[in-house]
Design a binder for this molecule. Structure first.
Ligand code: HPA
Ligand code: ZN
Length: 342
């Protein structure tokens, strides 16, 4: 249906939509760190991070590649399992405030113990303990996806995949790839994705945020992913869009991130509605919320306003997210109950 033919929503309806229970599939763990959290840690550890902050305290970067280096600088002060446990508490408090009831987060062994499996287990243990406490306190469920970093190269990705394979279970349930999409090719990482698949992990990869439809095809064909991080530039080729719809590949769409980084000039030019109308399974996430000045509530409000999506559409979106979630069936059913009974 054309947007003009849909009923516009008033402020009250939009406010109710922002309060719906939400499932988020695409959240970089360190990317959820509030700038104040990183600044305090830097001060405590006597690391000079003044260059990565604006005068108002927000993160400062010029473009996507610079963002990645600022992200890594911020992450450098997270040095122990306890730091990551505290980060987990801070991130999940924010998510819960935004009505998120289920979240999957990208964790990188590269940042948690430098790829050493023994150290990685300690980080993972600390994060899971903090997540369990947050679940008891706020009713939010977290699951982890090990993520290799594309611009660190295929060899380091194998180390991440080995960590993932060693710790694969109901909690650590996925493997993916983040980082600079303009470096190398998806298939350079097929060994790591094969290892993860054999360990029983579900797969996702960032594709089609910066490169075009071909990159999205390669993620599906060369890595065999069930989900794509972003994938939005598939819109440049309708055959690719139809392939996504036919194969029921779910897109982890992060509209606020895309607009903030200039992938699309404004939300009304963003293809999420077109993709959905053409039958692609789309979901909504924040990516790195404080970096992109967004939250799940802000994402929902902006989508409701721009595309006139009603509460039922958002509930469908959250059901789509849960059917593509990497958790086990029991967890999925428990979360679906919350989504269906707001
Ligand atoms: N995209 C790709 N890689 C990343 C991101 C992102 O938003 N955040 C951290 N690593
Ligand atoms: Zn991302």
């Amino acid at each position: 249906m054309k947007i003009e033919d849909r009923e516009p929503l008033d402020d009250e309806a939009i406010d109710a939509i922002t309060r719906l229970p939400k499932a988020e599939l695409h959240l970089h763990f360190e990317g959820g760190a509030p700038p104040g959290f990183i600044r305090d840690l830097a001060k405590k550890k006597k690391v000079d991070l003044s260059k990565i902050f604006n005068a108002d305290g927000s993160y400062a970067y010029r473009d996507f590649v610079h963002f990645l280096s600022v992200y890594e600088a911020a992450t450098s002060v997270l040095q122990t399992p306890e730091d990551f446990a505290r980060l987990c508490t801070a991130v999940l408090e924010q998510s819960a405030e935004n009505g998120v009831v289920y979240s999957e987060t990208f964790l990188s062994p590269d940042f948690c113990g430098g790829g050493d499996v023994v150290a990685w287990r300690e980080y993972l243990h600390a994060i899971r303990e903090a997540a369990e406490a947050a679940e008891r306190a706020h009713g939010i469920t977290l699951r982890g996806i090990v993520t290799c970093i594309r611009h660190f190269g295929p060899d380091q990705a194998r180390t991440a995949a080995r960590c993932a394979a060693e710790t694969a279970d109901d909690w650590l349930c996925g493997f993916g790839m983040a980082g600079d999409e303009n470096m190398g090719k998806q298939k350079d990482f097929s060994y790591s994705f094969d290892m993860a698949r054999e360990a029983g992990l579900k797969l996702t990869s960032h594709a089609g945020e910066w490169r075009g439809p071909q990159e999205v095809r390669e993620a599906v064909e060369d890595l065999g992913v069930a989900r794509i991080g972003h994938g939005v530039r598939a819109i440049g080729d309708l055959a690719t869009v139809d392939m996504l719809a036919e194969q029921e590949i779910t897109l982890e769409v992060c509209p606020g991130s895309n607009v903030f980084l200039g992938v699309f000039p404004s939300l009304d030019k963003h293809p999420i509605d077109q993709l959905r109308e053409r039958g692609v399974k789309v979901t909504v996430s924040t990516d790195d919320p404080p970096f992109f000045h967004t939250t799940m509530r802000k994402e929902y409000a902006a989508l409701a306003k721009t595309f006139r999506w009603d509460a039922q559409t958002f509930t469908e979106l959250n059901r789509t997210a849960m059917s593509a979630a990497f958790c086990d069936a029991e967890t999925r059913d428990a979360v679906l109950k919350k989504i269906d009974n707001p």
